[in-house]
Design a protein around this ligand. Sequence first.
Ligand SMILES: [Zn+2]
Length: 552
Amino acid sequence: MPSLFSALLVSALLAQQPAQQPQAPAAQTPAAPTTARPPTRADILRGEYGRYRANNDLLFYHLDVRIDPEKKWIGGKNTIRFKMLKDDTRIQLDLYANLAVDKILLGTSPLKYEREINTVWVDFPQALKAGREYTIEFYYSGQPEQGGRFGGMTFGKDPAGTDWIYTACEGQGAAVWWPNKDQWRDEVESMRISVAIPSALVDVSNGKFLGKTDLGDGDTRWDWAVQYPINNYSVSVNIGNYVHFEDRLDGLPLDFYVTPGNLDGAKRQFAQAKPMIEAYQHFFGDYPFAKDGYKLIEVPYSGMEHQSAVTYGNRFSNGYLERDWTGVGISPKFDFIIIHESGHEWFGNAVSAADVSDMWIHEGWTTYLENLYVEHRFGYADALKYVNGYKSKVRNREPIITQRGIHRTPPQDMYFKGALFLNTLRSVVNDDPRWWKLLRDLFQHFKYQNILTEELVTYVNAQLGRDLTPIFNQYLRRADLPVLELAFQGEGTVAYRWKADERDFAMPIRVGTADSWQVIQPTTDWKVMKTSLNKDTFEVATDLYYVNVSKQ
Ligand SMILES: [Zn+2]
């Protein structure tokens, strides 16, 4: 099945689809940066946290919909509760232009609204007051866009010909299938999801399963409660002929939903969920959505980190789509989709970026979490091999952090360079107990928050008592790697400095020989050291620090 759906890439894996995105040979002229083109009005509406978003704070959604597989249709309402932060008469919500706004009610009063591209400007007859809570009901209906770059909302069939309907909308945004305040900075505190579907089908959404109700008209409504903040794009429906099995990890419910033909494969493969959760709990603390439980749900695309409802399409095999993902013999030891997408429960879902420009907080960190999993399960040597396997996937053509406020998804370097950068930071700290404590404290500090990179850097600097800002800036806000320049001068001396875009770039690094590394403190100014080694024998620990080295 996956080949049928190979065009349905979710953004979490967009850069990782092996057959679709061959790397250009290094000798070719580099492609123009993909993130630098000027924004359109649609980009601004999508990405800017403007006045009519910033004037309110989301509290709660109840998405209550009916889905008709035959008509490929969805309709219903989202009840939206929010607190006003400033007196104002307008708020900004979002719903794709191809879906109808049926009505928007405040109590029983219809509200006026204006539509602009995929935005819905909602106007109130009198100013809403700062500090007060309001609830509106947003009724809508139509046929959502399916297919496309990220899947959106897809009305498909399983191999037996039964309806299989699912959502994956991180790129386009949740407004592709339901009305919401579609941005990254603000999340509801909790959510209810009610999905009415033909009674022969099963809906698996996010959160805790509350129960199902036969509506007496051929449809059954499935009710789910999300008891934590949740990203809009993480909200999902997965509707099909699912069979269910369950397990527990201590008190945590683990629920698995697969098509009947894959039950045996799933029982074998999904056994990896437990050691995965145990590994991440070891590093960061308890699974962050314990009240909602943890789920794996089979889908025809490769996978997505939907909160507490991770979707899985990795063929019930190790590696990634049956390939050795980093090409160094480590990824065949585990199921890449289970390990990667579930890692997002910690970074992406619990700790979330406040703007898509800072998406490395999701992808760089989660890619690094794969590496932590490998270290915990298979040992340090495998982990070092695994993380350095990512180097072949890095391009260093444009910065990882993109322009803020225009919803421009960063380049794929946010995954691999992001992880290699965190591995480098561990070497900069050069004190593993301190590094493990920093990781855990950082996660606990930012859990359930939406943050920008600046906040993360400020926190790390304070915890370590040193200013690493130029290092973060060089790796995240500049395209090029730092280069350690070494000039061998004869008579047993070598001059060294960093060549970097950040003038204040100063990063310790290990040099000499692997059995007795020596830590030096280069800056962007030349220094000279004595060495008994020569140009050929003088080594740099480039598997611990992701840098380039130039010897002369
Ligand atoms: Zn990811």
